[in-house]
Design a binder for this molecule. Structure first.
Ligand code: SAH
Length: 385
């Protein structure tokens, strides 16, 4: 079988490329396109053979696209216009321009791609951009499926609820099966479990409720969290189909985690809103591109010292002097997950690495923009096989 020729738009650090390698279907990325120079350096470092275009998508002509003669487009358009924390500028946000350009080009290609995979944040499913995508695909006679999936449904202890659209140019009966295949692969959450798993949106689009990804706090009511949140975390931690955080950690050698410890100022200011997890937990919140720079809502932190009980630290904390508070909090040895550990939780293989000069903050930033490789590889298997 000839390799499927892939056009990887918004390629970033190559999450889609890794998913393609992992899905087992022979594929060749004929061009990867992105304008982020840091991400491009990382992409080039890991995929030196792949043609990487450091160009804006909307600056590439129809002619150039035709010359690539691709069978499939993978794309993760910028998500800021659709996030709940963003301004939700949708199609009027300038960052959506390149996506609208792709929709304009698609019907005019000499040879429309047989497959399309699009990834975006929760929020995209109710956007006008999604409506335009659906219209274009319908006009071009594609069959398509939409699904919301979080890595927890493939056994990874990390919440990252994302919208995916899989499209295939109609080929016959096999198309109707994809819906049930998706449901088999990403079964809906068990009773009482988090709603962060899978819900198939197609054929009509529904919103799947809250994700909890921006929820903060540990398992302690005296921190700022509700009973529902605590209960949800307990259910998550007791879900045997999800692996423990421990499996994703780097070996801890003397002092090698020091650079990742949370400093005194951060501890004193943000202790009550940290999402703290332990190695035996089966959950963590979504790592965003602000991880390591901002504390609130950007990703979980890890308790490094298990001899200290969380209750002993947090009970009555507010009544203490700053100095006493700090002494207690320091005992937990709270630290950020390392970029390698974040990459592990995002399903990146061991072969993935960063060039030496990339800083820790840059690593968190590009990882936060990327995707869960295991989730996408499973979707690719459904679409391509
Ligand atoms: N899936 C990628 C990340 C996608 S994030 C990964 O695995 O890393 C969106 C990416 O789109 C960013 O890297 C950003 O630099 C790129 N981008 C945004 N607008 C663009 C445009 N007009 N042309 C090309 N790339 C663009």
């Amino acid at each position: 079988m000839d390799p499927v020729r892939i056009l990887e738009l918004y390629s970033g650090i190559g999450g889609m490329h890794y998913a393609l390698k992992e899905c087992g279907v022979p594929a060749e990325v004929v061009a990867a396109i992105d304008i982020n120079t840091t991400a491009n350096q990382i992409y080039k470092h890991n995929f030196p053979e792949t043609p990487l275009w450091n160009k804006t998508i909307e600056g590439i002509t129809l002619d150039d696209f035709n010359k690539l003669s691709f069978d499939m487009i993978t794309m993760s358009p910028p998500c800021q216009p659709f996030t709940r924390i963003g301004l939700q500028g949708d199609v009027s946000d300038s960052r959506t321009k390149s996506f609208l350009y792709i929709l304009d080009i698609l019907p005019r290609l000499h040879k429309p791609p047989r497959f399309i995979l699009l990834e975006n944040v929760k929020g995209f499913e109710t956007s006008s951009a999604r409506q335009r995508l659906v219209k274009t695909l319908t006009d071009c006679r594609y069959a398509f499926w939409e699904v919301m999936v979080s890595p927890t449904s493939v056994g990874i202890p990390n919440s990252r609820l994302r919208y995916f659209l899989l499209a295939r140019s109609p080929t016959g009966d096999s198309d109707v099966q994809i819906n049930s295949l998706i449901l088999d692969t990403f079964p809906p959450p068990a009773e009482g479990a988090t709603p962060q798993q899978a819900s198939v949106l197609s054929p009509t689009c529904t919103s799947s409720g809250q994700t909890g990804e921006e929820v903060h706090g540990g398992h302690f009511l005296y921190k700022r969290e509700t009973v529902t949140e605590v209960e949800r975390k307990l259910v998550q931690n007791n879900n045997p189909s999800v692996r423990p955080i421990r499996d994703f950690l780097e070996p801890q050698k003397d002092g090698n985690m020091e650079p990742y410890l949370l400093g005194p100022k951060t501890l004193l200011r943000y202790a009550a809103v940290l999402d703290i997890v332990q190695p035996d937990c089966r959950r963590s919140v979504c790592f965003t591109k602000g991880y390591g720079r901002y504390v609130e809502g950007t990703g979980s932190v890890l308790q490094g010292c298990m001899e200290t009980q969380m209750d002993g630290v947090f009970l009555g904390l507010d009544q203490l002097s700053e100095e006493e508070k700090l002494q207690r909090l320091l005992k937990l040895k709270l630290r950020y997950f390392t970029p390698r550990e974040v990459a592990n939780l995002m399903g990146f293989p061991h072969s993935f690495s960063f060039p030496q000069h990339i800083s820790t903050i840059q690593k968190y930033r590009v990882l936060g923009n990327s995707l869960n490789v295991v989730v996408v590889s499973k979707l690719l298997q459904l679409l391509l096989s």
